[in-house]
Design a protein. Structure first.
Length: 516
């Protein structure tokens, strides 16, 4: 179909198909001449995104009326092609299953097979990796270029907002990744609460360098920007020098990253000369908001970044199944080590092992309820049933709440260590250990032990030129921690095992000590 014909197609069917998909309807209702996406190849307007996604939708339909929630797995870099394909899948009535660009063939095959994706799409740069996987699994395979160039005709289906929109796989830090199914309405709820809480406007511009197979990059950055009518600048990957250059441009208003990225930016800033440091600091001060998430933010990193940038990072809490649930305020006090209060439209409570709400100041499991909460784990009815109680989603994370402000103690399965009759927060121990002059990074885990139940153990990455042994560490720690919190095992590592979001994979750390 020629471009003019496609524009006529959009005009004829826009109200028929888009009004039922909240994110796309939001984009259509705004100023479509505005810049939606910037990537290495140029700038693209909302009108171009709408047209490109309509073309891809028709190409995927290939004469059919509706994909009827067929799963479409796709491997696309951080470029305009990503939202164009994502929206095309949605508009064709399919379920988007984003794949990780850093995963090997075996992990890609697991997601494709587990989600029962019937269609697999790859950007040409990933063809050699993904085509053999798709062929081995007997899936229909397309290149993005094939969909973009295909002659198309037809109409778009009506897509009910209660249909599934995405299957995003959990990080797999504690078990085999599960596919979390979110509907279009779930996604809209996740976006709307952040638009309100973080003050998104069409004048915002945000950098995107986060992996696009997790909600941090997909929802918090890309979808929020497009819902707000803002501009999302998509970088192929995180590079400190490139990010600093974009911040120096003065065009960026919002910045979201994981703690390891802030740590790398701190190191980059420290390596600059005094004049350049001043330029970088002034660049940060032009931004209106900087956010940290996906892993616990060390207070030391928060303090260093505040000294460099003038920003107190806004910490928030969320996960694949719920989007975001808690956030420090846009305006007002942001408490170091805390993740704030419930977001608009989100209910949060803390419960004990008997599922009874705990008093203020007492630890309990975080449970969440609201339109943001996912529908189910894909083809895992037992896991889905186990994840809910009385309509509340059980996060498996433990926190303390005081004055409606929450502090995360850690994941119940890996960060709450039961040793000698005590329950210990690995995150609290890590926060203290990071103040040791020799320690750059650390991960505290509980290693099974016949006598103690679990032994507090720590794997560390040392600062350059530093050394450390267990006796020295224990002697130092005993002055700062209760004896039962002091690590009894120490391993020195070149690096800690992390997933694509930079989150330490605690089960892998436990294995380093011979645990399971």
């Amino acid at each position: 179909m020629r471009e003019t014909a496609l524009s006529l197609f959009l005009a004829a069917y826009i109200m028929h198909s888009l009004s039922l998909i909240p994110l796309i309807a939001q984009a259509q209702n705004g100023d479509t001449s505005r810049t939606a996406i910037i990537d290495a190849n140029g700038s693209y307007s909302y009108e171009q995104l709408l047209e490109a996604s309509a073309h891809i939708a028709l190409a995927l339909l290939n004469g059919e009326e509706d994909l009827a929630q067929e799963r479409v797995a796709f491997l696309v870099p951080s470029t305009f092609d990503y939202p164009a394909l994502q929206w095309g899948i949605w508009r064709a009535g399919g379920i988007a299953v984003p794949l990780c660009t850093m995963h090997p063939a075996g992990e890609l095959a697991y997601v494709i097979e587990n989600s029962d994706a019937s269609i697999v799409v790859a950007h040409p740069e990933y063809e050699s990796l993904l085509r053999p996987v798709a062929e081995q699994l007997n899936r229909r395979f397309y290149l993005t270029t094939e969909l973009q160039e295909k002659e198309v005709a037809g109409t778009l289906p009506e897509v009910d907002p209660e249909r599934a929109a995405m299957i995003v796989y959990t990080s797999g830090t504690t078990s085999k990744p599960k596919g979390a199914v979110t509907t279009h309405n779930n996604t809209a709820s996740q976006i709307e609460c952040l638009i309100e809480a973080w003050g998104w406007t069409p004048d915002d511009q945000i950098l995107l360098f986060l992996p696009l197979h997790h909600v941090h990059g997909i929802v918090n950055v890309l979808c929020c920007a497009l819902w707000a009518g803002a501009t999302c600048e998509m970088l192929p990957r995180f590079e400190a020098d490139l990010v600093w250059d974009r911040l120096k441009s003065g065009e960026v208003t919002l910045f979201m990253a994981v703690p390891t990225i802030y740590a790398r930016l701190v190191k980059s800033w420290n390596s600059a000369d005094d004049a350049e440091k001043q330029v970088l600091t002034e660049a940060c001060q032009k931004l209106r908001l900087m956010v940290s998430g996906s892993a616990a933010l060390p207070v030391s990193t928060l303090d260093e970044w505040r000294e460099i940038s003038g920003h107190t990072l806004l910490e928030r809490y969320g996960m694949t199944e719920i989007g975001m649930a808690l956030s420090n305020p846009l305006h007002g006090e942001r408490r170091p080590g805390h993740v704030g209060s419930p977001l608009p439209g989100v209910e949060v409570r803390l419960v004990d092992e008997k599922n009874q709400q705990v008093a203020d100041g007492s630890p309990g499991e975080i449970q969440v309820r609201g339109g943001n909460v996912f529908r189910e784990y894909w083809q895992r009815p037992e896991a889905t049933a186990e994840a809910f109680v009385d309509g509340w989603f059980k996060t498996g994370d433990v926190a303390i709440c005081e004055d409606n402000v929450y502090r995360i103690l850690g994941r119940n399965s890996v960060d709450i260590i039961k040793t000698g009759g005590y329950k210990v927060s690995a995150l609290e121990i890590e926060e203290e250990l990071r103040t040791h002059e020799a320690i750059d990074q650390c991960a505290v885990v509980g290693v099974p032990d016949a006598e103690w139940g679990e032994r507090v153990s720590v794997a560390v990455v040392l600062n350059d030129g530093k050394s450390l042994d267990l006796d020295t560490l224990r002697s130092w720690a005993k002055e700062r921690l209760a004896l039962y919190k002091v690590p009894s095992q120490l391993l020195i590592q070149e690096e800690l095992p992390r997933n694509a979001m930079g989150k330490v994979m605690k089960p892998e750390v436990t294995k380093l000590f011979g645990g399971k």
